[in-house]
Design a protein around this ligand. Structure first.
Ligand code: UD1
Ligand code: CA
Length: 454
């Protein structure tokens, strides 16, 4: 059986009150459209088409080569939107899934169930429906005397009696492609919104005695449509729970799911522990036995086995196994920590490599540095990496000891095993094994305090 999918994504999303096209609003770390694309891919479709319109170029550049894109110049309604894909189906026969780009919770399992029922029923059209407590805003499913689908009526066109119906149109359908586009051309915008409603196809098919079916197994937590920011947040909560439940099932400890935020794109191995306030985003990977949080944000980073990261922010960096980071550390993009590194409290590290077992325990700024193995960086040490025009590199070789409150004025190099006296401002390279000392000499004036007091 040949199966294709069209995702309707041309609407502006007026109720979002946004310059960004609705389907590009992110939820769970990914545009809504991305979630829908994932689901149709996993449902095994052979062809994917996205109908773009408002912000079409932005939508197209997001879609890239994940799907073909057609444009709907004016947003005249869902039937008109689907019709724009007509030319892409001249030599494709089989069945078509139609999904809205604003229903990011839809799963491939549900799409597959819909397709199965559609095929089993030999239907021309099958509508995925759901029973909900509050059907406000959705199209209502109107059944005939025999329990079959009679028609779908939109909220704005429904009678008081029809508004009571709790079975809603999810906006997900499966159609036989044969005759579909010809029928769409016959739909007229004779309704309250003056739009070409895709849902009107049901009455037309019924009139022609073509088989229309209903697949009513959908859960509201899969078909919730996003029309405003409140619904975006509600969908975000469902996605979050889904991700956390999966992670817990896979062996990750989540101390408090209510205050833990993990994007669906994140990978976490079993026996990692997430404390409250963990926010883990993007392409982050966290290995087993890592302990994250409390109150830690990690974005697009890898965290190796057994790390502990607390009260800290880590962006675009690699944290080696067994590292301890924080509390209150800021690891900025381009940082690579080797194994068993300690980055302590109030330390900022930017675009630097730190060799294994090195320690930067307190109150430091390390930027554009290359630090070897087993280096100790004393409290308050700062790399002066910026001369106001250019950034320069600081090199600290293996086993060097940097005394507290040192300024390392880059470009500068401290050789292996060298020692820097506390309070030094180092402007020249320090050779291997040497003591580098660059501070004012102490002067003691005997009896000075007593005389002053007199
Ligand atoms: C639609 C359904 C409604 C269903 C609901 C489910 C129709 C007439 N109504 O209503 O029965 O309960 O979805 O969420 O189909 N779009 C276009 N071009 C257009 C208009 C819309 O591409 O000209 C796209 C939108 O970007 C969106 C989707 O179609 O992704 C649905 O449009 P929307 O305006 O949100 O329809 P609803 O009023 O939610
Ligand atoms: Ca909608």
């Amino acid at each position: 059986m040949r199966l294709a999918a069209v995702i309707l994504a041309a609407g502006k999303g007026t109720r979002m009150k946004s310059a960004l096209p609705k389907v590009l609003h992110k939820v769970g770390g990914k545009p809504m459209l991305g979630h829908v694309l994932d689901a149709v891919v996993r449902a095994g479709v052979q062809k994917k088409v996205v109908v773009a319109g408002y912000g079409g170029e932005e939508v197209k550049s997001y879609v890239g080569d994940l799907a073909q894109v057609v444009y709907q110049e004016q947003q005249l309604g869902t039937a008109h939107a689907l019709l724009q894909a007509k030319d892409l189906f001249t030599d494709f026969s089989g069945h078509l899934l139609v999904v809205c780009g604003d229903t990011p919770l839809i799963t491939s399992d549900t799409l597959s169930m819909l397709v199965r029922e559609h095929i089993d029923n030999k239907a021309a059209a099958t509508v995925l429906t759901a029973f909900v407590d509050d059907p406000t805003g959705y199209g209502r499913i109107i059944r005939n005397d025999y329990g079959g689908l009679s028609r779908i009526v939109e909220q704005k066109d429904a009678s008081a009696e029809e508004l009571q119906v709790k079975e809603i149109n999810t906006g997900v359908y499966c159609f036989a492609l044969s005759g579909l586009f010809e029928t769409l051309q016959q739909i007229r915008p004779a309704n309250a919104q003056g739009e070409y409603y895709l849902t009107d196809i049901i009455e037309i098919y019924n009139r022609r005695n073509l088989k229309v079916a209903v697949c009513s197994g959908a859960d509201i937590n899969e078909v919730m449509g996003v029309n405003n920011r409140r619904q975006l947040a509600a969908v975000g909560k469902v996605l979050r729970d889904r991700v956390l439940n999966r992670l817990m099932d896979e062996g990750v400890t989540v101390i408090d799911p209510q205050s833990t935020y993990v994007d669906s794109t994140v990978i976490i191995e079993p026996d990692a522990v997430l404390y409250p306030g963990s926010i883990i985003e993007g392409s982050t990977k966290i290995a087993s036995q890592a302990v994250i949080g409390p109150n830690t944000r990690i974005v697009d980073s890898t965290v190796a086995q057994g790390c502990q990261i607390q009260y800290s922010v880590v962006l675009n960096s690699e944290i080696g196994s067994g590292c301890s980071v924080g509390p209150y550390a800021y690891i900025r993009p381009g940082t690579k920590l080797g194994a068993d590194v300690k980055i302590g409290d109030f330390v900022e590290v930017k675009n630097s490599v730190v060799g294994k077992k090195s320690k930067i325990p307190h109150l430091s700024y390390i930027g554009d540095a290359v630090i070897g193995v087993g280096v100790n960086v004393g409290a308050g040490t700062i790399t002066c990496n910026y001369d106001g025009v250019n950034k320069h590199i600081t090199e600290i070789e293996d086993a060097a000891f940097i005394g507290s409150n040192t300024n390392l004025v880059a470009p500068v190099k401290v050789g292996s095993g060298a020692v820097i006296g506390a309070g030094s401002t180092i402007t020249k390279d320090v050779p291997q094994g040497a003591l580098g000392l660059a501070r004012g000499k102490q002067v003691n004036k005997e009896g000075w305090a007593r005389k002053k007091g007199k």
